[in-house]
Design a protein around this ligand. Structure first.
Ligand SMILES: [Fe+2]
Ligand SMILES: [Fe+2]
Length: 173
């Protein structure tokens, strides 16, 4: 069964949803948090912002990879869509590296914070701009309304499952 066939099995309750609206809503919050992280001066606020941004970006990216990139990479004869998907995976992995470094080495009290947070903000802005431009266009061209709706439902479910797992891990620490 293809990704899109699996996704269609989710269809039922939420007519009119479009995965691009769900992605855009996360993108707005991600942009805000990343901009604040690059400007923030106090260690406590920096850590609090990272504690919100990291699980949001991580769950968003993994759900996006599974649901949206997965469907794009399955398309036949769609080299541009495949290139966009593959570039997206690489950009996600670089974002993961910066988020891990900010968290694991706890840079919040150091001068290195601003450099890392600024590069992270610029990478996220570039990535999100590209997704909302070429990537969203490709989704609109390649998938019909029912498929985009199925992706929206699957994206939210996948993200909730991932974020719920991360929340559980945080609580167990
Ligand atoms: Fe995204
Ligand atoms: Fe992305």
């Amino acid at each position: 069964m293809t990704v899109i066939e699996t996704l269609k099995s989710y269809l039922s309750t939420d007519p009119g949803a479009d995965v691009r609206a769900a992605l855009r809503a996360d993108h707005e919050r991600i942009r805000e948090l990343a901009a604040q992280m690059a400007e923030e001066k106090t260690a406590g606020r920096r850590r609090a912002l990272l504690a919100e941004l990291k699980p949001l970006v991580t769950a968003h990216a993994r759900a996006e990879e599974q649901v949206v990139y997965g469907a794009m990479l399955e398309l036949r004869g769609a080299k541009e869509a495949h290139d966009l998907g593959n570039e997206g995976f690489v950009e996600h992995s670089l974002t993961d590296v910066l988020l891990e470094r900010l968290a694991k080495t706890d840079l919040a009290g150091t001068d290195a914070w601003k450099a890392h947070a600024t590069v992270l903000k610029e990478m996220l802005e570039h990535h999100i701009d590209e997704e909302e431009d070429a990537f969203f266009d490709a989704l609109g061209e390649r998938f019909d309304a029912a498929e985009l709706e199925a992706m929206a439902i699957a994206f939210e479910r996948t993200k909730a499952a991932l974020d719920g797992g991360a929340e559980g891990q945080r609580r167990r620490r």
